[in-house]
Design a protein around this ligand. Structure first.
Ligand SMILES: Nc1ncnc2c1ncn2[C@@H]1O[C@H](COP(=O)(O)O)[C@@H](O)[C@H]1OP(=O)(O)O
Ligand SMILES: [Mg+2]
Ligand SMILES: [Mg+2]
Ligand SMILES: [Mg+2]
Length: 375
């Protein structure tokens, strides 16, 4: 793939090109968001109860979807915002560069033959809109998730206001990206505080079930911040132990990218029942099972959630197409181990498999161990 140290864009596998394009366009979307904030006119529209949209959400989505669609016209792309398709998109919004820091990585074998029809891209142009309108700028992220055969595999989390309180001259913004089977890049993982159980959850979409679920996980402290992307950043950096959101408020574009980045370091993001969230094109947009994410000891948290809470949530159902692919993969690999990109292997899950005699106090101290790749 790399000749004389230069990545050859034409021969890089499709998933690497999609991720490289997503990383590139996420920087542009971040600039658009900051520019719109600077104008002082956010153009706020109320989509529903406690559900806002700003001109930054609209413009960033136009930029990301137009750019990715231009380069990958056969790949399905779903964005959060419903926009008028006849809207004129400025030429400066269309980015077709491929990030070299992505292409310089060797594509894991399991993705080498992935085709356009197996990929679905989920775009949240601005996650944390409520906090954006309230000036809590570091809660904002741009999320581009890449699902393969209905499972979150690749993700970009761009944080446009990272460092914004560090003063003039400090570089603003950062891009975190990951691919399950390869690793996640763009951040430093630290050891989560030992003998504590820090749980992050919503600050703007809470109700009594959300609070009950968090409390049932025995937090030593509750960290209420905005955005699904932002909360997964806290997790991967080791600032919290779990993200618990017993609500149907998150949608596929909120979780696809964060799930991929988290799983790529050995973590887990599931619904409240501990079941996998699915991302094929026909899946319901709402995460009707809620969201529960950890880097370690996932099962322990799932087991803490009371049955009376769990019964309010419904897991995703696989599509016919997904079931057929899984069956084909199982048949093709019977006796030789499953090398299909569509099934989550133990290797990919890494350290997320809990010991049966799990002890929380002990396990919190174990959180020093990290996933396969970081920087
Ligand atoms: N009830 C809801 N209505 C609309 N969006 C929601 C709701 N709950 C969660 N979300 C989306 O999930 C993200 C994470 O939730 P929270 O910030 O409450 O923890 C929110 O920033 C929002 O995404 P977005 O800002 O992209 O609309
Ligand atoms: Mg929204
Ligand atoms: Mg969102
Ligand atoms: Mg959004």
């Amino acid at each position: 793939m790399i000749q004389d140290g230069v990545p050859n864009c034409d021969v890089s596998p499709l998933i690497m090109r999609v991720l490289a394009a997503s990383v590139s366009v996420s920087y542009r979307a971040g600039t658009i968001i900051r520019d719109i904030m600077k104008t002082g006119d956010l153009g706020i529209v109320e989509k529903g109860k406690n559900d806002l949209q700003t001109e930054a959400d609209r413009a960033a989505q136009r930029c990301i979807v137009a750019s990715l669609h231009k380069q990958f016209p056969k790949v399905a792309i779903f964005g959060e915002e419903s926009l008028d398709p006849s809207d004129k998109i400025p030429d400066s919004y269309v980015v077709t560069d491929l990030a070299e820091d992505v292409l310089q990585h060797t594509c894991p074998d399991i993705y080498k033959n992935v085709t356009d029809d197996q990929i679905v891209i989920w775009v949240d142009p601005l996650d944390g809109t409520a906090e954006f309108t309230q000036g809590l700028l570091d809660h904002v992220t741009v999320l581009i998730g890449v699902a393969v055969n209905g499972e979150a595999k690749g993700g970009v989390i761009f944080q446009p206001y990272y460092n914004y309180e560090a003063g003039t001259g400090a570089p603003l913004g950062r891009c975190i990206w990951g691919l399950v089977g390869l690793g996640s890049y763009g951040f430093t993982r630290e050891v989560p505080p030992a003998n504590q159980n820090l749980i992050t959850t919503t600050r703007s979409h809470s109700d009594w079930i959300v609070t009950e679920a968090v409390n049932s996980c025995e937090p030593t402290e509750i960290v209420r911040v905005g955005g699904a992307g932002h909360k997964v950043l806290l997790l991967i950096e080791g600032k919290v132990h779990a993200y618990v959101f017993a609500s149907k408020g998150c949608k596929k574009w909120d979780t696809c990218a964060p799930e991929a980045v988290l799983c790529a370091i050995g973590g887990n993001l599931t619904d409240m029942l501990g079941n996998q969230i699915l991302y094929h094109s026909s899946v319901q947009r709402r995460n009707a099972g809620g969201v529960l994410a950890t880097v370690q000891n996932h099962k322990w948290y799932v087991e803490r959630i009371p049955a009376e809470i769990k019964e309010n949530f419904v897991s995703d159902t696989p599509s016919e197409d997904m079931l057929r692919r899984r069956q084909q993969a199982a048949t093709a690999s019977s006796g030789a181990g499953d090398s299909s990109a569509s099934s989550k292997s133990e290797g990919e899950l890494g350290s997320s498999v809990d010991p049966p005699e799990f002890d929380k106090t002990k396990a919190n101290a174990e959180n020093a161990s990290t996933g396969p790749a970081k920087m």
